[in-house]
Design a protein around this ligand. Structure first.
Ligand SMILES: Nc1ncnc2c1ncn2[C@@H]1O[C@H](COP(=O)(O)OP(=O)(O)O)[C@@H](O)[C@H]1O
Ligand SMILES: [Mg+2]
Length: 225
């Protein structure tokens, strides 16, 4: 598959309502989650951001895998500040890192020391970032593996959620569990599903039968390894 085809498929994940977004002059927020680590959340978040940037959108990636973030490493640009600084009260505008690829990001950092990331702190941080977010067309949150109470303010505030899995039973069942948790937090949040690292496209599409039962799943996309 050509690079252009893959970029088109990435953009299809989120651009459906773009006209509506620009009309409202409001950014579109997307949260990428998984049950297991290593399934491709960060790869998807960064590549989706790049695909959107290439089509002229202003994009911010927020690495919410605090203390073990990889967005910085995948983009390959050193970040002078991280999400931990935002959680500790630093002005979010000074924690944004620009890149030569027209994608901005806030790094997750690689130290868990001295960071309180309970639900309340997350809520405060999101409120503090609201003004920053509104200067972008898209804000993509790359979450750490699994779900927990601290992510509630994010999953309940975003416009849509992309669940990433690989076509193996432990990853599929853990993502299913994570999406059920999301459904419990907000039964109306639109969900999209990515089956990454599938051996063939057909195999990727065959896996997620269970997910069809979740009423808000609107799109299933497979990426081949
Ligand atoms: N479609 C793919 N094909 C090949 N390698 C992939 C693919 N998606 C992800 N990877 C690789 O798998 C590893 C884990 O991906 P990553 O995006 O860091 O996962 P996560 O953020 O879910 O922990 C990385 O080495 C990444 O380069
Ligand atoms: Mg990651």
């Amino acid at each position: 598959m050509s690079v252009k085809d893959q970029a088109d498929r990435l953009r299809q994940l989120v651009v459906d309502d773009r006209e509506e977004v620009s009309a409202e002059n409001h950014y579109r927020s997307v949260c990428v989650i998984s049950g297991k680590g290593g399934v491709g959340k960060t790869s998807l978040s960064v590549n989706l951001a790049l695909a959107l940037a290439i089509s002229g959108q202003r994009v911010l990636v927020v690495d919410m895998d605090i203390g073990m973030g990889n967005v910085e490493a995948v983009i390959g640009v050193y970040a002078k500040a991280t999400m931990a600084d935002v959680l500790n009260g630093q002005d979010p505008r000074y924690c944004v890192q620009q890149t030569p690829f027209s994608v901005d990001f806030i790094a997750g950092g690689n130290a868990l020391l001295n960071v309180d990331q309970k639900k309340e702190q997350m809520n405060e941080a999101l409120q503090a970032m609201e003004r920053l977010f509104s200067s972008y067309h898209y804000v993509l949150f790359d979450l750490g593996a699994g779900v927990s109470d601290r992510f509630v303010p994010i999953v309940t505030s975003v416009d849509e959620l992309i669940g990433v899995t690989i076509p193996e039973p432990p990853a599929l069942t853990d993502l299913y569990g994570a999406l059920k948790w999301v459904h419990y937090q907000d039964p109306l949040i639109p969900l999209k599903l990515v089956v990454n690292k599938a051996a063939t496209k057909k195999k990727g599409y065959r896996q997620p039968n269970e997910f069809q039962k979740l009423q808000n799943v609107s799109c299933i996309q497979t990426f081949i390894i």
